[in-house]
Design a protein around this ligand. Structure first.
Ligand code: URA
Ligand code: SF4
Length: 186
């Protein structure tokens, strides 16, 4: 019931861009549809494509660890991606693919009504915050856009490649949890 399920159904049948030709499953998103916090990644990887759920591979395990470290989990936040279908060989989504897909995320934002959007990595931050967003120097900063707080942290895959990023990502999650507590306590 409800328009969230209608939106999901529409997305699962989408053929609006070429990624529909190579996907196994559409990865619509998962989590708490009433959460004040929406995490946005880049697009499904191999495991996500096979299972139809976001962040269920190695990056997802690390995301779960960061959430758990600040006493959050997938029942308390919502997790989605810029593109809902896997780009072949995990290449970056192309601009026209992002443009074809972004309407689903916009609708998710409208229906969830998050107070804070957390971009996971450069692709999401450049699409949602600013095209020239620099993840290394600007992660952990907060801006407001159309009445919604926006921030970004590293993509978990970047931390898997370079564990020295772990401390900065952890401090970003501490702040995210601090905001979460404020949102649910008012
Ligand atoms: N990386 C992403 O950006 N999103 C996922 O869902 C999984 C890995
Ligand atoms: Fe549709 Fe998005 Fe999948 Fe492209 S990536 S086919 S726009 S759901």
């Amino acid at each position: 019931m409800g328009s969230f399920e209608e939106l999901r159904a529409r997305c699962l049948g989408c053929t609006a861009c070429r990624l529909s030709e190579t996907r196994t499953n559409v990865v619509f998103g998962m989590g708490n549809e009433k959460s004040p916090i929406l995490f946005v990644g880049e697009g499904p990887g191999e495991q996500e494509d096979l299972q139809g759920q976001p962040f269920v591979g190695r990056s997802g395990k690390l995301l779960d660890d960061f959430l758990a470290a600040v006493e959050l989990d997938r029942s308390k936040v919502y997790i989605a991606n810029i593109v809902k279908c896997r780009p072949p060989k995990n290449r970056d989504p192309l601009p026209d693919e992002e443009e074809a897909c972004i309407g689903y995320l916009r609708e998710q934002v409208r229906l969830i009504g998050p107070k804070l959007i957390v971009c996971l990595g450069r692709i999401a931050a450049c699409k949602l915050i600013r095209p020239d967003f620099k993840i290394t120097t600007e992660r952990g900063t907060y801006t407001e856009k159309a009445g919604i707080l926006m921030t970004a942290t590293f993509h978990p895959a970047a931390v898997l490649r370079d564990p020295r990023k772990k401390a900065d990502m952890f401090s970003d999650f501490i702040e995210i949890k601090h905001r979460y507590d404020q949102f649910v306590n008012v």
